[in-house]
Write a protein that binds this ligand. Structure first.
Ligand code: ARG
Length: 485
């Protein structure tokens, strides 16, 4: 009799257990608003020594001489500096839309960019160079040698434009410089166009420089400011003037270069230990995503299952259409539609977390609906007839006779689905959800290790799904106990 409510309780308990992660995670996502003036800096922190991630005292920090300059500007303005790290090609839109107040990211003040934003005076100059694998030394001597070659560049950078000008070159344009370096190390590209100051940080026994000057001119870096914000522009320029007259910028470059780490030789346990706080944060978000995905997925699944088995044809039709549509399209495509499509077309702006939960739950809802239906239909018809002949109403027969048996029969399938949700939630990392997968990429970007960060992520996912399977197996055995006599 009490079977159903007991199952429901257990399920709820599981979901609640997972949702414990909510407050912790949400709390870490909010910035306190103490009322003071804020200066929001947009940057792509993959560009050592300009701006890059570095773990200092176990905490991930964004450092570099661009950041030092930003601190000086903020101090001169009496404002608190807030840093927003994003892909380089997201910086211009972020500045234009007002998400950030200024962009310091080793950005070159090109004519093209000047059409949409304003630039401060130049604060640094570097040169364009080609990075190659050391074993290829001597292979590329002039620009002509790069024709028809596989070349890595940063998306949205002037290096991408240069690459597009090389005849026959096959360009791989990626978000972060570290991704490009990994592509080079793993033979996916054979050369990368970068700036010498940045390349210096990567030169080790595996990566060398080709003696090719891409263009004779120096690459300048300036600070981007929203068009018409002359007040900030003047403030920025006067801070730059002061720093230049004190020779501070040169010092900052030297200091930042000293912070740059060489290749990371940590083993997997050391990587895990050094970045445990990263993974912990990722676990919180993965749990949150999966818990909410399971919760709403079950609700959607029940509703759709009821639709599919309803007496009214139209409801049955809706149920079937839902299942076919959701099951027949990739989750990644659904995510893109919900996150970008709805936002750009209808102005519905879901946060990454909201978009992730919606995608996961509508998705698992479709699968769960089918599982529930299979369960109900799998119960012998005679059971319903017997219940009815005992005088039970349809509802009561369902509740006390059919559903408990159905639930028990499909428990393994439901368990499968929950495990799938935990694993599939990793897809949400693509829109910037700070889950385990996302954090693994961050660690990869910091350490330049391609294997360990992901092995750690795999281990964490495995432990999570394994614990869940064990719990479900236990539940299954408990329920089966009633069958033995
Ligand atoms: N100077 C180049 C440009 O303006 C590359 C800058 C890349 N900066 C970065 N933080 N990744 O396009």
């Amino acid at each position: 009799m009490k079977l159903i409510s007991r199952y429901t309780m257990m399920l709820l308990a599981f979901v609640l257990m997972l949702t414990v992660a909510v407050p912790t995670v949400l709390a870490s996502g909010t910035t306190d608003n103490s009322g003071g003036k804020k200066l929001v800096l947009g940057t792509s922190a993959d560009f050592a020594p300009y701006e890059f991630h570095k773990v200092i005292d176990g905490k991930d920090e964004i450092v570099g001489f661009d950041i030092e300059i930003a601190k000086e500007i903020a101090a001169d303005l009496g404002a608190e500096l807030v840093i927003e790290d994003m892909g380089f090609d997201g910086l211009l839109p972020a500045l234009q839309s007002g998400r950030v107040d200024l962009v310091i990211s080793g950005m070159t003040p090109t004519e093209e960019r000047k059409k949409s934003i304003d630039f401060s005076d130049t604060y640094y100059k570097s040169k364009q160079v080609i990075m190659i694998r050391t074993e290829d030394a001597g292979k590329y001597l002039t620009m002509a040698d790069l024709q028809n070659e596989k070349i890595g560049v940063q998306k949205g950078s002037i290096q991408e434009t240069i690459g597009q000008g090389i005849p026959g070159a096959q360009l791989t344009a990626l978000d972060k410089i570290s991704d490009i370096v990994l592509q080079l190390q793993t033979n996916r590209v054979n050369a990368a166009i970068v700036e010498d100051t940045v390349a210096a940080g990567y030169l080790d026994d595996a990566i060398g420089l080709a003696p090719i000057v891409v263009d004779g001119e120096q690459v300048e870096a300036a600070i981007g400011i929203r068009k018409g914000n002359t007040e900030l522009l003047n403030a920025v320029n006067s801070t730059l003037d002061r720093l230049k007259s004190e020779n501070r910028i040169e010092e900052m470059v030297t200091e930042a270069s000293q912070l740059m780490v060489g290749k990371d030789t940590k083993n997997i346990f050391e990587v895990f230990w050094a970045y445990k706080s990263f993974y912990a944060k990722g676990i919180g978000y993965t749990l949150l995503l999966s818990a909410l995905g399971v919760l709403f997925g079950v609700i959607i699944g029940l509703i759709i299952c009821m639709f599919r088995m309803h007496d009214m044809a139209i409801l049955r039709w809706i149920g079937t259409a839902y299942v076919e549509l959701i099951r027949g399209t990739p989750m990644l495509v659904q995510l893109m539609i919900i996150y970008y499509g709805l936002s750009l077309t209808f102005g519905i702006n879901f946060s990454a977390l909201q978009a992730g939960v919606i995608t996961l739950s509508i998705n698992s809802g479709a699968y769960l609906a089918e599982i529930f239906r299979a369960g109900v239909q799998g119960v012998d018809r005679g059971q319903l007839e017997a219940a009815r002949s005992l005088g039970m109403g349809r509802g009561a027969a369902m509740r006390y006779i059919i559903l408990p048996q159905a639930f028990k029969a499909v428990l393994p399938a439901i368990g499968n689905e929950f495990v799938t949700i935990i694993k599939e939630s990793s897809i949400i990392s693509i829109i910037g959800m700070v889950d385990i997968m996302y954090q693994a990429s961050v660690v990869k970007n910091i350490t330049y290790q391609g294997m360990n960060p992901f092995l750690i992520a795999a281990a964490i996912y495995f432990v999570m799904t394994f614990i869940l399977s064990k719990l479900l197996g236990r539940l299954e055995r408990k329920l089966n106990a009633s069958d033995r006599r």
